[in-house]
Design a protein around this ligand. Structure first.
Ligand code: MLT
Ligand code: ZN
Length: 454
């Protein structure tokens, strides 16, 4: 992104939990600040050593420890440095799927995913990692190893502390192992790429899809016309105009040439009952076109076309980075208000920058991007605090799935009450009281840095 620049003299790559523990113990005894790092794909500066910290990179801890598909069906236990895409292919061979999928899957690591509570493309169907992570192992700043690596579906013995490590961005400790419940793979998948005239139609279509397709709907994404033209004008996809070729409807009309908001919708269903689902799906699509909710659309004809659709959606962050500087905001907002912010932001910014919106509509998660030729304080002053105030006023969240990181740690009050933040700080102190010597802790507990990225 070119937004956060770090500098560190030392990068350590432990090979196992014991080495993580020894490193933390040593750094703690010498008051050396550390920053945990996974695949370095975060977007909020969480893994950048901005204070000259020692980097602890868990990338060498990449073993799959076990996969139980018999006793408790689909429990995967692995080390934190496993790359998400490798886990996805491992599970695919076993007939299961990872309940988590994101554009950065080729580089991001499961430890970082868990630490940031990454959301991604299929949360609509499989829920957040708070639901699918069954257990984890973490190392505290003083080197204490917490073994919470259970594989049980049910365990009501006291506080379920693993949840504190899911999404706390490394502020309490470094996640070293994870056990995760993975669902069996359904044999068929299809994707429709649809276009709606306006945001209200997108919103109505989501409600209809939830009602009519319920269980087979696994993703409901959204990209607006500016996002669509950005991705189709960029040649980063490899083939010239690749984006346009795959999104012609069956009459050969090009989606990108009309001012529409487009939606990739994904459906998974089992082969045995496939024909019923296909009939349902086709009836749903037909009805959506006839009722005017959908202006145009294509149902993928084969797996290559289906993956091309995902390629368009997943290519957006990269396309934005190639276009210049990008201010990224990852917001949870009430569905009916979500696009008002995009339109207000366009007025607020004027011609100085482009406002590009996409996101996980099915989860109420907007990715608001302001793309400019270069980072510029005048542009930033038009965006912030406006975007945070707007989100707070509408009871949204300033971080839906990317975490707070360096970018938003000090902005937490826009989404959490003073009492809640106080309790978080008190809790942080409680954990840090475990340290044998707390004299080197400042108010930010900088021995172990506040953030970690996927
Ligand atoms: C996505 O949904 O593509 C990711 O969260 C990254 C981004 O927001 O750009
Ligand atoms: Zn996202």
């Amino acid at each position: 992104m070119g937004k956060y620049r770090g500098s560190s003299k030392l990068l350590l790559q432990p090979k196992n939990t014991e080495e993580v523990s020894q490193i933390l113990k040593y750094c703690n005894s010498r008051c050396l600040a550390v920053v945990p790092q996974g695949g370095n794909t975060g977007l909020v500066g969480g893994s950048v050593p901005v204070f000259d910290e020692v980097i602890i990179n868990v990338g060498l801890m990449r073993n799959i420890l076990s996969f139980d598909k018999v006793i408790v069906s689909g429990v995967l236990v692995c080390e934190a440095g496993c790359i998400l895409e490798n886990l996805i292919s491992f599970l695919d061979d076993e007939g299961f799927i990872m309940p988590l999928d994101l554009g950065a899957k080729g580089s991001c690591q499961i430890g970082g995913n868990v630490s940031t509570n990454a959301g991604g493309l299929r949360l609509l169907r499989y829920g957040s990692l708070h639901g699918s992570v069954l257990g984890l192992e973490a190392v505290l700043a003083n080197g204490t190893v917490l073994d919470m690596l259970g594989t049980l579906r049910k365990d009501n013995t006291g506080y379920d502390l693993k949840h504190l490590f899911i999404g706390s961005e490394g502020s309490l400790g470094i996640v070293t192992k994870v056990s995760i419940l993975t669902p069996p793979k359904l044999s068929s998948v299809n994707i429709a790429f649809l276009a709606c005239e306006d945001y209200t139609s997108c919103q109505k279509l989501l409600l209809e899809a939830k009602k009519k397709l319920g269980g087979i709907l696994s993703a409901f994404e959204f990209l607006d016309s500016d996002a669509m033209s950005l991705v189709s004008s960029t040649t980063f996809l490899g083939t010239e105009n690749h984006g346009q070729e795959v999104i012609k409807d069956k009459h050969g009309q090009d989606f990108t040439s009309i001012d529409l908001r487009a939606l990739p919708l994904e459906f998974w269903y089992s082969y045995a009952s496939g024909s019923i689902f296909m009939e349902n799906l086709e009836a749903f699509l037909l009805h959506s076109v006839e009722s005017g909710l959908v202006a145009n659309g294509v149902l993928a004809q084969d797996i290559n076309q289906a993956s091309s659709f995902w390629h368009i959606r997943e290519g957006l962050p990269e396309a934005l980075m190639k276009a210049g500087a990008v201010y990224k905001y990852d917001l949870s907002l009430p569905l009916e208000k979500m696009y008002d912010l995009v339109e207000e932001m366009r007025v607020q910014i004027g011609p100085a920058a482009k406002v590009v919106a996409y996101g996980h509509l099915g989860d109420g998660n907007l990715h608001l991007n302001i793309s400019a030729p270069a980072y510029d304080d005048n542009i930033l002053a038009k965006i912030e605090p406006f975007v945070y105030e707007w989100t707070s006023k509408n009871r949204g969240s300033i971080s839906a799935e990317h975490g707070l990181g360096l970018m938003k740690a000090a902005k937490i009050h826009y989404s959490k009450s003073p009492e809640t933040v106080r309790l978080m700080i008190d809790f942080d102190y409680c954990v840090f009281e475990l340290l044998p010597d707390t004299s080197c802790l400042d108010d930010n507990h900088s021995i172990i840095c506040l953030c970690l990225s996927a």
